[in-house]
Design a protein. Structure first.
Length: 436
């Protein structure tokens, strides 16, 4: 990319239609963020945005405290607000330190963007960073549609993230700083072989360039671009699955029974779905879930600390433990109290539609059935109700958390399936249960 850096940044900001609202720059003080800082200063008055610097002192290197003070002085010198978070050295883990620092930085930056009501967070990642990320993700076994690692514009922790220099080579950044006689901090851990990135920079990349015999950096960038296009295509192809989504107080459910399923598309969809639910699962688990759905397996369960996933006859259920406990607690409330709370509504002369019965209505939090009188209770399965419902096909897990409606202590209706269990069906009243 041979265009002047100031022109590249200006074109990017114009394309994103930046307003006068604040922009937050995640500033380390290294060459990349220093370059982006001065470029933003040059455009600040012209484009009218308010600039803020956010810095995290990792408390890991001897120079960290002094660097934070120098950045504060730099911000003050140029009339830019400076925001600092200092990490507690006692909380730094013994392993995966780089990942810990990265998560702490991003969480702090995201909080600052939200606190300031800023339009975006700016990060100074460049083309060399993208190459390293693609190479690393390839070795880690990332899927083809997630090989890219970083995008010029993305959403992270609910905020907009700009990476305007993502197609700019590191050499161009260093040349610009040299031409403008600007200094920056040097982090020796980037080159001492103490983390994966420094190993790539100091060992792998020079070795491959020497012995592979062909330049490969542009190929990695191209793979990132193709990966992004593949992700966009897969998002379009799998959007149809949201047509079979059911949301309610229990969680979310997808009924795939009427879909023509492709294993590759479904696997991609499930992985993205779980990621949006902040549940990171292994490729092996995603493949297993996909196979359960495709093959129409029954009574399959996968339990995580944060969630429970059930698959039954091409239906995919995702629930949080707290949601399950909340619903169980609901059905332990006496019926008279639920009526007083307007959570159970009783009316005479019912005219029920089939859509008001069964698991879909129950899952969405509104269930209506016909009953002969008001002397009913919710009973979790005891010996009598188990005997009455033993032939009903439903996920075993739900039999433990879904009650049966009993009238005069006799099983009357299975809530989950909407199947009546009594020979004496007398629709004198319409009884509506509202769980939302």
């Amino acid at each position: 990319m041979n265009a002047a850096l100031i022109d590249i940044l200006k074109a990017f900001l114009l394309e994103q239609q930046v307003s006068k609202k604040p922009l937050v720059l995640g500033m380390s003080g290294g060459s990349d963020s220093t370059c982006l800082f001065y470029l933003l200063l040059a455009l600040r008055a012209q484009m009218g945005f308010e600039l803020h610097l956010a810095h995290v002192n990792h408390s890991y290197r001897k120079q960290s405290k002094q660097e934070a003070l120098r950045l504060a002085d730099l911000a003050q010198k140029h009339g830019v607000a400076f925001h600092l978070m200092t990490l507690d050295p006692k909380k730094i883990p013994a392993s995966n330190i780089e990942d810990y620092f990265r998560q702490q930085r991003l969480s702090y930056f995201a909080r600052m963007v939200k606190t300031l009501d800023a339009q975006a967070l700016l990060l100074a990642h460049h083309a060399d960073d993208l190459e390293e990320t693609v190479f690393k993700r390839f070795l880690e076994g990332a899927s083809l549609a997630s090989l890219y690692g970083m995008k010029p514009v993305s959403l992270l922790q609910g905020i907009l993230v700009f990476r305007p220099l993502l197609r700019v080579k590191k050499a161009q950044i260093l040349a610009w700083l040299f031409d403008h006689k600007l200094t920056f901090f040097q982090d020796e851990t980037n080159f001492d072989g103490s983390n994966a990135r420094s190993v790539f920079r100091t060992i792998l990349q020079p070795f491959l360039q020497k012995h592979f015999g062909k330049p490969f950096s542009n190929n990695l960038i191209r793979h990132a671009e193709q990966s992004t296009k593949l992700e966009q295509y897969m998002d379009q192809q799998t959007a149809k699955f949201f047509d079979c989504e059911l949301k309610g107080p229990w969680g979310i459910c997808f009924d795939f029974s009427k879909n023509h399923l492709n294993a590759f598309e479904l696997g991609y969809f499930l992985k993205q779905l779980l990621r949006k639910q902040d549940l990171i699962v292994s490729s092996k688990n995603v493949l297993e879930l996909t196979n359960w759905v495709i093959l129409g397996k029954a009574n399959k369960k996968m339990v995580f600390k944060e969630a429970i996933i059930l698959v039954d006859r091409k239906k995919f259920f995702f629930m949080r433990p707290k949601q399950i406990e909340k619903m169980r607690a609901f059905f332990h409330i006496p019926v008279k109290k639920l009526i007083a709370m307007n959570k159970v509504v009783v009316r005479p002369a019912p005219r029920l539609q089939s859509s008001q019965l069964g698991w879909k209505a129950l899952w969405q939090g509104m269930f209506c059935f016909a009953g002969p009188n008001l002397a009913f209770d919710f009973v979790f399965r005891d010996r009598l109700t188990i005997k009455k419902t033993k032939d009903i096909k439903m996920p075993v897990f739900f039999k433990s958390i879904m009650p049966v409606v009993c009238i005069n202590k006799q099983p009357y209706l299975d809530l989950f399936t909407g199947i009546f269990l009594s020979d004496h069906y007398d629709p004198a009243y319409s009884i509506t249960i509202k769980m939302n």
